[in-house]
Design a protein around this ligand. Structure first.
Ligand SMILES: Cc1cc2nc3c(=O)[nH]c(=O)nc-3n(C[C@H](O)[C@H](O)[C@H](O)COP(=O)(O)OP(=O)(O)OC[C@H]3O[C@@H](n4cnc5c(N)ncnc54)[C@H](O)[C@@H]3O)c2cc1C
Ligand SMILES: *[C@@H]1O[C@H](CO)[C@@H](O)[C@H](O)[C@H]1NC(C)=O
Ligand SMILES: *[C@@H]1O[C@H](CO)[C@@H](O)[C@H](O)[C@H]1NC(C)=O
Ligand SMILES: *[C@@H]1O[C@H](CO)[C@@H](O)[C@H](O)[C@H]1NC(C)=O
Ligand SMILES: *[C@@H]1O[C@H](CO)[C@@H](O)[C@H](O)[C@H]1NC(C)=O
Ligand SMILES: *[C@@H]1O[C@H](CO)[C@@H](O)[C@H](O)[C@H]1NC(C)=O
Ligand SMILES: *[C@@H]1O[C@H](CO)[C@@H](O)[C@H](O)[C@H]1NC(C)=O
Ligand SMILES: *[C@@H]1O[C@H](CO)[C@@H](O)[C@H](O)[C@H]1NC(C)=O
Length: 562
């Protein structure tokens, strides 16, 4: 059956792989109409030879003779076009049996890994790739670092628009938007990782609002989700600090989105969800003069879930202590197999001395010690440039994991015992890691009047809490499914319950890919407007990602409409 939609002819496949009998389907290898070798060669020539075939990371690593350290390195993996950091997203668990390509495995299926990639170094390469994908009705994936926790940067049978090598970094003291000087800013290619940005800002005495990672691409997925940072209480979310995007939209046109040009797209790109709008070429962020922060790191060890709950209740009681100095904090709880738990507390105090930082934490530490928990590293502090402290040398990668989260409103912290009880429920239920982020409040709340697609739940949040769960390669498909169900049906609802809200919100970049009410949970009341922006800029749904705007029109592979 052939019918015409949006001026293009689509072939609807009535096969099992293309299950939606009434829908339209993207063209897959083997389909009539799928690009021929000659077509691909033509695209290859258009992109100056920067068209590459893509293999799953385990297969690529055999050819590359990767060491184990490289396999586990985010910096290394981002050089492999088919690699995801959480490499479970390369596997097709939806197939029966699952189509896998595991490290040291004896067989390898392409799984969810793209077929070809445009290894772009210019906007023109991306434009050629977008036009080719449209003309040939291809499934598209966009990837910068491959960090995505929802697997949104890989797609079965797709053409990958790979932005990793868009590596420009340009500073200016006066960035103009519509002729109005917005002050100091940095424009980064969408492949530039935070480690590179932080080194560049340090060299010129500036800082940007960024996350704690090495390879996360600030102009890739990070700011499209919102972008949280330990500097959030001082400067707001990363997306609050974006002045402009250069983006290739579905038509293949390269446009500028800012406060005066394509303002509706600019609104959507800031918080409306990664990967749904177009291919970002570069993003411009405000910069601020560099300043010193003091990092204080403590590890608290508890010996039972009751004691952990008491410690987390004490933490909740003190969570507003640092509002006056606008500190950011990571409170990462790891539950060990022997029933003990370790809480790694990292607090970032801007412009405070080590002694002042310790004084800020003293009331919390007194309460924690009174509960009998064992405390180490309490007296140490590190004082250094802000972005130096935020960045990482590398990011752990090459593992199987999924996560889910909730934005926890300040109101939930008015009852600390309830917070402790939620932690106890999670620990007793087997949750492995519970990552707390005190990255909201302060300027994040004060920026509520900025008109962007950031879910309003960020503006009332005090913390963002993630439950992470992982598995080894030897887990059976049934075990993996059970792990995912426990996350979706037990851990995330426990966090949702803690919010005390019936319409609780989650951060779209660090959310459960199976979030049942994802339209509300990830986008809140912005969803209808996001749909209309999507219709205006991507009328054929070229850019479809899991739990992204418009994705419910497509099957789980993004291959056929439903
Ligand atoms: C170690 C680690 C630390 C993190 N720390 C933080 C943190 O401190 N704060 C925070 O907010 N988040 C953090 N995150 C989450 C991070 O924001 C998301 O994983 C984010 O999606 C990464 O974006 P990316 O482009 O690097 O990843 P990718 O996997 O390459 O892409 C992620 C999404 O963005 C889309 N995308 C990528 N490039 C482009 C582009 N050029 N144009 C359009 N769409 C694109 C992809 O299609 C996909 O949907 C962290 C993640 C990790 C793994
Ligand atoms: C694969 O083999 C390497 C080298 O022997 C080893 O270090 C690694 O742990 C193995 N990985 C898995 C998942 O078995
Ligand atoms: C992608 O392009 C960059 C820049 O030209 C190059 O350094 C890199 O090796 C290429 N990667 C692949 C996998 O082709
Ligand atoms: C990178 O910067 C150079 C010099 O300013 C510019 O000519 C080029 O277009 C930029 N590339 C991209 C992909 O933005
Ligand atoms: C830190 O102090 C410097 C120098 O006084 C100042 O410019 C900067 O705004 C301060 N930063 C914060 C976050 O308070
Ligand atoms: C846990 O620590 C508390 C406080 O130090 C102590 O009273 C209790 O005996 C410990 N329990 C176990 C099982 O070690
Ligand atoms: C929700 O929280 C309340 C109050 O803390 C608690 O009593 C209840 O058991 C929780 N429910 C679930 C399903 O976790
Ligand atoms: C938001 O409110 C603040 C403080 O009231 C004000 O300075 C700022 O200009 C406002 N911003 C917008 C976008 O309305």
């Amino acid at each position: 059956m052939v019918f015409s939609l949006y001026g293009l002819a689509f072939v609807a496949q009535l096969t099992l792989a293309h299950a939606a009998a009434t829908g339209r389907c993207r063209s897959q290898p083997g389909d009539p109409g799928y690009p021929t070798e000659a077509d691909w060669d033509k695209l290859g020539a258009q992109v100056g030879g920067q068209l590459v075939t893509v293999a799953p990371s385990a297969k690529a690593c055999i050819a590359l003779q990767c060491t184990e350290a490289q396999w586990l390195s985010g910096l290394y993996r981002e050089t492999i076009p088919g690699a995801m950091n959480s490499y479970n997203w390369e596997q097709d668990y939806l197939a029966s049996p699952p189509a896998m390509c595991l490290q040291n495995g004896t067989t390898c299926s392409q799984g969810m890994v793209p077929v070809y990639a445009v290894n772009a170094t210019t906007a023109a390469h991306i434009q050629a790739g977008v036009k080719f994908a449209s003309a040939h009705n291809l499934r598209v994936a966009i990837k910068a670092s491959g960090h995505d926790y929802l697997g949104r940067s890989t797609a079965k049978g797709s053409l990958l628009l790979w932005t990793q090598y868009l590596q420009n970094v340009t500073f200016t003291d006066s960035f103009l938007v519509g002729g109005v000087d917005q002050g100091s800013a940095v424009t980064v290619g969408s492949g530039v990782g935070l480690k590179t940005i932080y080194a560049a800002t340090a060299a010129v005495g500036k800082i940007v609002v960024g996350g704690t990672a090495a390879t996360v691409a600030a102009g890739g997925g990070y700011s499209q989700g919102a972008g949280h940072s330990a500097l959030g209480p001082i400067y707001g979310l990363a997306a609050d600090n974006v002045l402009e995007y250069q983006v290739v939209i579905a038509s293949g046109e390269l446009i500028t989105a800012n406060a005066v040009s394509h303002t509706d797209l600019f609104w959507a790109l800031r918080g409306g969800g990664a990967g749904s709008w177009g291919v970002i070429i570069s993003a411009t962020f405000r910069t601020y003069p560099a300043f010193q922060v003091t990092l204080q790191q403590t590890t608290i060890t508890t010996n039972s879930s009751d004691q952990t709950a008491a410690v987390m209740a004490a933490h909740a009681k003190h969570v507003f202590d640092w509002d006056g100095v606008r500190a950011g904090q990571y409170f990462y709880l790891t539950n060990n197999a022997d029933g003990t738990s370790s809480l790694a507390l990292s607090t970032i105090f801007s412009n405070l001395t080590g002694a002042d930082a310790l004084a800020q934490l003293a009331p919390l530490m007194t309460d924690i010690k009174a509960l009998g928990a064992s405390v180490s590293g309490e007296d140490g502090t590190i004082t250094a440039l802000a972005n130096y402290v935020l960045g990482f040398a590398d990011d752990p990668s090459g593992v199987n994991l999924v996560l889910g989260s909730r934005l926890i409103p300040a109101t939930a912290y008015h009852d600390p015992t309830k917070v402790g009880a939620a932690y106890k429920t999670l620990i007793d239920g087997g949750a492995q890691r519970i990552l707390g982020h005190l990255v909201a409040g302060g300027k994040v709340s004060e920026n509520a009047n900025i008109s962007s697609a950031i879910t309003p739940k960020w503006r009332t949040a005090k913390t963002h809490i993630i439950v992470v769960t992982n598995w080894d390669d030897d887990a059976t498909a049934a075990e993996v499914e059970s792990i995912k169900q426990t996350l979706t049906n037990e851990y995330v609802p426990t966090l949702a319950n803690l919010t005390g809200e019936s319409d609780s919100g989650s951060y779209s970049n660090e959310a459960d890919a199976r979030e049942p009410n994802w339209k509300t949970t990830l986008y809140g009341g912005n969803y209808p407007r996001l749909l209309s922006v999507k219709a205006a800029y991507d009328p054929t749904d070229l850019f479809i990602v899991t739990a992204g705007v418009g994705s419910d029109r497509w099957d789980a592979y993004g291959l056929c409409t439903v």
